[in-house]
Design a protein around this ligand. Structure first.
Ligand SMILES: NC(=O)c1ccc[n+]([C@@H]2O[C@H](COP(=O)([O-])OP(=O)(O)OC[C@H]3O[C@@H](n4cnc5c(N)ncnc54)[C@H](OP(=O)(O)O)[C@@H]3O)[C@@H](O)[C@H]2O)c1
Length: 274
């Protein structure tokens, strides 16, 4: 029986993961910034699921949630940093007032939750699951700030995996393509300024035409995440769904091509040997 702490359980992946973990008999600290949104979900699992407030932009609430986990269940085995939202707009269109709050949630919120949980996870080992995105694999016009935030999650997670391996803590970076959650509905912000110069790369229409029609089934995503967490050797990178896989394949091929094409020139940069 494992003990989970999951951020952003009011809807989407977080809610489904909390329910799936509890249904199979694990213990779950389900968290949300508005705890009323998850109280009812926890009721049928009395003694095994608790609903705890956690706004990831408030590091004190992250520390308090970890304390509640230890108080209630004695330990913590799996931390899932799922809370997040998207932000679309060309780099030139967006203002700091728009893009900085997204970094506070998607990057610094995840950082502070990890920092709160590590002292407990280091004691007995465990798993940290960080929700990145296919947007954390490759950048695309119209979503650059979201790309930057999820790339930050990827870099931090890779370094973290290295640092915590000696303590038996594993890190899994989940990279979903489009899945039918509330992400493209209420969890995406748009730059207020719309510049016609960037019409070609704009993602505004993408949201309108794709919300509610994403091919990805979040329940199937949760099944894969559970399988990865249960594995003896979980993957560090877990692209989810065919779109994410395609993006990963194209990124690897393009990276390979650049490295190979420029190898002879780019490699000769050390001081000449005497
Ligand atoms: N669905 C996709 O296509 C997709 C693809 C790639 C990556 N992702 C990632 O998957 C994660 C979950 O998104 P989702 O698809 O499940 O969308 P969702 O259904 O909209 O869920 C987003 C969750 O994040 C929570 N949240 C936002 N800001 C928060 C904060 N400051 N503190 C605590 N919780 C906060 C929301 O809570 P409130 O109810 O309080 O707003 C909500 O529970 C995100 O990190 C997202 O970037 C999603």
């Amino acid at each position: 029986m494992k003990t989970w702490l999951i951020t952003g359980c009011s809807s989407g992946f977080g809610r489904r993961l909390a329910l799936a973990a509890a249904r199979r008999g694990d213990r779950v600290v389900a968290t949300a910034r508005t705890v009323e949104a998850i109280r009812e979900m926890a009721l049928p699992f009395e003694g095994r699921m608790i609903a705890v407030p956690l706004d990831v932009t408030d590091s004190a609430s992250a520390r308090a949630a970890v304390e509640r986990a230890v108080e209630a269940f004695g330990t913590l085995d799996i931390l899932v940093n799922n809370a997040g939202y998207g932000f679309f707009g060309a780099i030139e269109e967006a203002s700091p007032e728009e893009y900085r709050p997204m970094f506070e949630v998607n990057v610094f919120g995840l950082v502070e939750t990890i920092r709160a949980a590590l002292p407990v996870l280091r004691r007995g080992g465990g798993t940290i699951v960080n929700m990145s995105s296919s947007a954390g694999i490759a950048g695309h016009g119209g979503g650059g700030y979201y790309n930057a935030a999820k790339f930050a999650v990827e870099g931090l997670s890779e370094a973290l995996a290295d640092e915590v391996r000696p303590f038996g803590v594993r890190v899994v970076i989940v990279e979903p393509g489009p899945f039918r959650t509330e992400f493209l509905g209420r969890s995406i912000a748009m730059a207020a300024q719309e510049m016609p110069e960037y019409a070609a790369s704009s993602r505004r229409r993408y949201r309108e035409t794709n919300d509610g029609h994403q091919a990805g089934d979040p329940d199937k995503a949760v099944t894969v995440i559970l399988r990865a967490v249960d594995a003896d050797e979980p993957p560090l990178h877990l692209p989810l769904g065919p779109v994410a896989h395609g993006i990963a394949e194209r990124k690897l091929a393009a990276f390979r091509k650049d490295i190979d094409t420029w190898r002879d020139v780019s490699i000769n940069t050390d001081f000449d040997r005497p």
